[in-house]
Ligand binder design. Structure first.
Ligand code: FEO
Length: 163
């Protein structure tokens, strides 16, 4: 049985994951429009993953007898200055998602909701991986340079993403 507080912040996390999916979709669209097809592939994939995160929480809340509320999400930004700008924004976004997950973990422990605490461990690991992936992209971008040549190389690399 979910406490009211845990149910509320799980619903907030559902909305945040939905926003993440839309944010990455908007980034993919910008990349596609800018002829950066590799980066577009990367962010379309990331958008699908975030939708998967949203569904994972929805199914958990239903499984433990909570009530899911699907709320409106704000529209993500549509304009970016460069591919490097897109990746930086994505990295900052993931850092804020980690803060939200940590808050959820804290609340589940506070409420002695060990089932939710256990459920959230997958997200804790996922956040470590997502932050590391974006940080590594940024580091490599800085190594190759952020001019047109560097952008071309990074776009190609991002296009090889499989999972
Ligand atoms: Fe579902 Fe990338 O946080």
């Amino acid at each position: 049985m979910l406490s009211e507080n845990v149910e509320k912040i799980l619903n907030k996390q559902i909305a945040d994951e939905a926003y993440s999916s839309r944010l990455y979709l908007a980034m993919a669209v910008w990349c596609d429009h800018s002829s950066l097809s590799g980066a577009a592939h990367f962010f379309y994939h990331q958008s699908d993953e975030e939708r998967g995160h949203m569904k994972r929480i929805i199914q958990y809340v239903n499984r433990v007898g909570g009530r899911v509320v699907i709320s409106d999400t704000k529209g993500p930004p549509v304009e970016y200055k460069s591919l490097k700008d897109v990746i930086e924004e994505a990295y900052e976004h993931e850092k804020s998602m980690t803060v939200a997950i940590v808050k959820l973990v804290d609340t589940s422990l506070e409420k002695k909701d060990y089932a939710t605490f256990d459920f959230l461990q997958w997200f804790v690991t996922e956040q470590v991986e997502e932050e590391a992936m974006l940080k590594s992209l940024l580091d490599r971008f800085n190594l190759v340079g952020t001019d047109a040549h560097g952008t071309f190389i990074m776009d190609k690399e991002m296009g090889s993403r499989e999972a």
